[in-house]
Design a protein. Structure first.
Length: 613
């Protein structure tokens, strides 16, 4: 590839400067002047930047390179056989297990070495944990615990009981479920069952989530869950409720991608629970799992149908084998039925699938939404990709908790939103008690698909400020003003403020009513900071759907863009809808909404094949 071709690739937007720099480096190290290695290196760099773990050569062979769905026929990829032969002869390309910058496997998947290693280590660890059993189990005590915590025998399978059985008997349990299926509160019962098995022996329990907000929600849910358990107060106090972010748990090393805890210095835990696992990218989960002692239990909670992580990977979906039903082994089914007295009636017995089949469970019963819930029906239709049903549910007016509104033109957006903005934000701005202010603010949120553009977060937050200023509810004459809500976007371990934490600027009576940034902790206590000390942050009347993961609100207004964009996917729409507990309005254009539901987030990876193949 000569410099003229490379400049053309950059000008056309086919690759970033980073992609082309990496491709140049690979070509120079291999002393290769042909296009095969250069294109492969540039494509795999671009793929990881787009969230893929690897690049599948067979998906590109013989085809022009596409940018935003448009083909650029000036550059076409070689046929697969020719391409593989060329790459296999290069010094920078190795086989799995080699230490080379690029790794090419038998299925024509090309990896950057570090991503191949992350995937390999994670897969090996999960497979080892899936094959392991906890043998020190008192079955009579376990039976008594299930009867106490889950009640009498049921007519149908209780998949929470299945999850609890896996958690007690296996070193790995992956629990996936949509909103309201009780994942977090289930953990309190699981912890109680495990603690009963240990007797007076101390068990070290850690709870963590990707963001501070998600960690606080996990902590609050378990605290509520343990209060409902029919146990003595002294036993209840043994159930851990303090949660942290994953980064804080592992121990961040300043200026380094590594952590204090790793395979050589494992975490001091016997049981680790990770919530909102769908938000965790491959690199972080691989590092986390390496730091968990081999004999410890690992429980992953999340919704496999939610948005994948911002960084590379769709790891929870790969682990759960999303889109494919799986059975349980005959041995596990018999143990479950003996312990609980229930039966497994949804999936066939399977003894041919890998060990991980007995470690993954999908919760479907919603304890939040009844059969008549529009939110439940709509989110299910979106998740299945049923465009006609989703549109019908939104527009037929049969459900009070879901509404559709055609997106107004840009110049009419402020007028269309004005009434909603005032009604939903005035209560918290008029309240005086700080705890109540947070409660009122968390009742409603506008969620956007995009950050930029007239229907993106930046424009919406400015618009909302204008409306509230005209209504004399705020005075945004400077950066800091009373009532301003802020979202932390970068972890600060010294201040213990984490990505996803939300604070509100309020007068502090203890400081002559000067403004302070107040944050509400999981235990419902307030922490305050000088505004100038805050780490990176942004105003958060409106937030992206990505940033809303790990949060829930009574009401949500989901604002879609006025034109189609690759960012708008089924998973994004599903995630936005399921942030609402009581009601959701979707503002959009029919064609854009329909295209979004029809577009799935597909990320290239070999993890699923290794675990389930």
């Amino acid at each position: 590839m000569d410099e003229k071709d490379i400049r053309h690739l950059l000008q056309q937007g086919l690759f970033s400067e980073l992609d082309l720099h990496f491709a140049r480096l690979m070509a120079r190290l291999s002393n290769e002047k042909g296009p095969e290695l250069f294109l492969a290196a540039a494509l795999v760099s671009r793929a990881t930047g787009e969230g893929h773990i690897c690049m599948d050569l067979s998906a590109f062979e013989g085809r022009p390179i596409f940018v935003d769905g448009v083909a650029n026929r000036h550059f076409a990829c070689p046929e697969l056989k020719t391409w593989r032969q060329c790459l296999e002869s290069q010094s920078v390309v190795g086989r799995p297990g080699d230490y080379r910058p690029l790794i090419l496997d038998d299925r024509s998947r090309l990896y950057l070495y570090r991503y191949w290693e992350y995937e390999k280590r994670l897969a090996d660890d999960l497979k080892k944990r899936a094959a392991g059993e906890i043998h020190e189990i008192s079955v009579p005590l376990l039976k008594e615990g299930f009867s106490k915590f889950f009640g009498a025998e049921k007519d149908e399978t209780d998949w929470q009981e299945v999850a609890a059985t896996i958690s007690v008997m296996k070193r790995l349990c992956v629990i996936s479920g949509g909103p309201g299926t009780g994942k977090s509160t289930l953990i309190a019962k699981i912890l109680a069952l495990i603690l009963e098995q240990t007797g007076d022996r101390e068990i070290r329990i850690a709870l963590a989530a990707p963001t501070g907000k998600a960690a606080a929600r996990l902590q609050e849910a378990i605290q509520k869950g343990r209060e409902m358990l029919p146990v003595e107060d002294t036993f209840r106090e043994r159930i851990a409720i303090k949660a942290s972010t994953i980064h804080r748990l592992l121990g961040t090393l300043a200026g380094s991608p590594y952590f204090r805890h790793n395979a050589e210095n494992p975490l001091p835990v016997d049981l680790l629970v990770i919530d909102e696992a769908s938000m965790v990218d491959l690199a972080l989960l691989s590092k986390l799992v390496q730091a968990v002692p081999e004999d410890a239990r690992l429980i992953l909670l999340g919704d496999r149908d939610q948005l994948a992580s911002v960084e590379a990977g769709a790891v929870l979906g790969d682990i759960c084998n999303t889109g494919h039903a799986h059975g349980f082994s005959g041995e596990f089914r018999r143990k479950f039925e003996d312990i609980t007295g229930g039966r497994m009636d949804r999936t066939p017995e399977s003894n041919s699938e890998p060990d991980i089949r007995d470690c993954v469970v999908q919760l479907e019963k919603s304890y939040r939404f009844g059969k008549e819930s529009g939110i439940k029906a709509l989110s299910s239709a979106v998740n299945r990709g049923d465009i006609d049903l989703a549109m019908s549910l939104l527009k037929n007016g049969e459900h009070d908790d879901i509404k559709w509104k055609t997106l107004p033109q840009t110049d009419a957006l402020e007028r269309a939103l004005r009434e909603t903005i005032i009604a939903c934000y005035k209560p918290y701005l008029k309240a005086e008690d700080p705890i109540k202010i947070f409660y009122l603010f968390e009742r409603f949120r506008i969620l956007c698909a995009l950050r930029k553009g007239p229907f993106g977060v930046s424009a919406l937050n400015s618009l909302i400020e204008q409306v509230l200023k005209k209504e004399k509810l705020i005075n945004p004459g400077r950066s800091w003003y009373q009532g301003r809500p802020v979202l932390i976007t970068r972890n600060d371990y010294n201040l213990e403020l984490f990505n996803g934490d939300i604070g509100i600027l309020l007068p502090d009576p203890a400081s002559n009513n000067e403004l302070r940034a107040f944050f509400l902790s999981a235990n419902r206590t307030l922490r305050k900071f000088l505004p100038a000390r805050l780490p990176e942050h942004e105003t958060v009347y409106a937030m992206t759907v990505h940033k809303s993961q790990g949060s829930e609100f009574d009401r949500v207004l989901l604002l879609l863009p006025d034109r189609d964009t690759p960012v708008l996917t089924r998973e994004l729409i599903y995630t936005g809808i399921t942030r609402a507990r009581q009601g959701v309005e979707v503002w959009g254009r029919d064609a854009v909404f329909q295209k979004g539901i029809g577009r799935r987030t597909l990320r290239a990876s070999g993890l699923r094949d290794v675990l389930w193949g």
